[in-house]
Design a protein around this ligand. Sequence first.
Ligand code: ZN
Length: 688
Amino acid sequence: MKLNENNDNDNIMKKIIPTIALGAIATFSANAVQDKNFNYHVDDFADIEVLRYEVPGFQDLSLQQKKMLYYLTQAGIAGRDIIWDQNGKHNLQLRHLLENIYTGYTGDRNSADFKAFEKYLKQVWFGNGIHHHYGNDKFVPGFSQEFFVAQVNALPEDKLPLAKGQTRAQMLDVLVPVIFDPTVLAKKVDLDGTKDVVVNSAGNLYGDGVTQAEVEAYYAAKKNPEDKTPVSHGLNAKVVKEDGKIVEQPYCLNGLYGPAIAKIIYWLDMAKSVAENDAQKAIITKLIDYYITGDLRTFDEYSILWAEDTKSNIDFVNGFIESYNDPLGMTGSWESYVNFKNIPSSKRTEAIAGNAQWFEDNSPVNPKFRKPSVKGVSAKVITAALLGGDAFPACAIGINLPNADWIRAAHGSKSVTLENITEAYAEAAKGNGFNEEFVIDDKTRKLLDDWLYITDMLHTDLHECLGHASGQLMPGVDPDALKEHGSTLEEARADLFALYYLADPKLQEIGVLADPEAYKAEYYKYMMNGLMTQLSRIEPGKDIEEAHMRNRQLIARYILDHGKKDKVVELVKKGGKTYVKINDYKKMRALIGQLLGEIQRIKSEGDYEAGNALVNKYAVKVDKKLHKEVLDRNSKLNIPPYRGFINPEYEVVYGENGEIKDIVIKYTENYVDQMLRLGREASFLPVE
Ligand code: ZN
């Protein structure tokens, strides 16, 4: 599971990953930035802003640790072609072709056609293919078909990325409709359940002619409902039809994507040679075994070793992990995160996790709904050193793995917060005008400037480590009793738990939050977001569908409504604009505790009727007038709705005898240069 920008926290629902922060995360760091002049902004085009992130602490690592990180970054780059091919069967060929046109173009680089071509290529790079990374729709080229065909025809023979036996004309016959015909491969993942989601999704996880019914029947026959430790079926395989029969083509050394996997294995092996400890060596050995054999049982063994290693400083993800790109939610997209532990910030999550039982015992819910004994939670804060595959350029701000339910239950999971990524988002949002537009006054803006960054982090920590893990069901209550409102109410429960404790003196006692008034920053942002600014992500005329957004409006509207008599929170007008005004933060906290008690009761007792009533009263319907106002005000700010990152460059410094003397980190590339370099250095799969 991954958690994206804007406090969306984990997301169990496959199809909804709210990514966009807009200004909602226009938070400001009070500390921790190393270089005050660090330049976060890299590029912007279409609906995208590209940023870079800093890797504070890299230079202070030992040479051995730097080497290990370096080798892992190479392993994290080596699989890049895999995600391109998983996202669509023409993506690799198209990327080579577009890049060759781009670098070889001799005409006017300021012409409208070329500018549009460049924008399209930047979008394709960002999407790891021809579809939008979040919306899944195919990009619409702004250049003409004539322009494109002329450029292809102008390329010398050796610059044509032809498949075996293919001619230039044949390649054009294939690629022209892929780029220009909106009905061809229209959507990467199409979840419209009234149609065949396998046939209608343009991704390359299923072969031609394979239907949803066939895939479902194939895996139904493989699954054993009695198996208490089931493998993640389909996680590392493409399902194709051979001679009319459904078969799997596993992703492994001698299978699909073998040439790229061979490179990954090479670099993993190098990393193993400089591992910090035996646990790490065992983890890498298992992962290599899995890449060689494709055996999902081995992957589970690896996942257990990985989840249980909480001691190592350097850590990484490299494999077929998240299944959001599969309309059936089985096949993992190839991704990589390379990171090391942020030791000072991890003290924060360790302090919270270490007091889990205290938080549980003191929560404002009926004691019979509390957990008598909270299971250990592993949580740490990390510094990302490389984003790869499906996690590049758009990435998560938090990850909670492994995904297999039985492993999570039996061996626990690791929950990590990518602090330098969150920080880059926050720093880059400085001065975007969002807080100036939506926050009521200077005093409140100052409050947010000073404290929102840390309270936002703590909110996420409390939500993830404790909120979801708290509470218990009464005997015999069906965990799915809340049906379609289950996710909304579950997110509300975790958010309320976090909000309630943000204002608790316990946080000063355990040393994770200095100022007892700091919580007000998060309270203000939460109300502003829940009542107003999150509406900027809703299209005019629509209601709220997504669970996290419903949860936020539910909480905010409940507090507004139940605090009306005492004017705890108000929506006020100033100069014709609406603002959130909080008059009594203490009473607001009491209302948070009250709602937490009620939602925990609903969950513990499986009271669907009460949950349904709460959601329908507060969470779904949008105030149309206010919605329009928010959209109007937001559109004037010109904040790109989607953001992602390029990676820093790592450079090996060799000594006189060819030994590695140092690894240095640089932040000099721009977006185009980095993408072209990756195209040159990390192209390991043939064009089919
Ligand atoms: Zn959550």
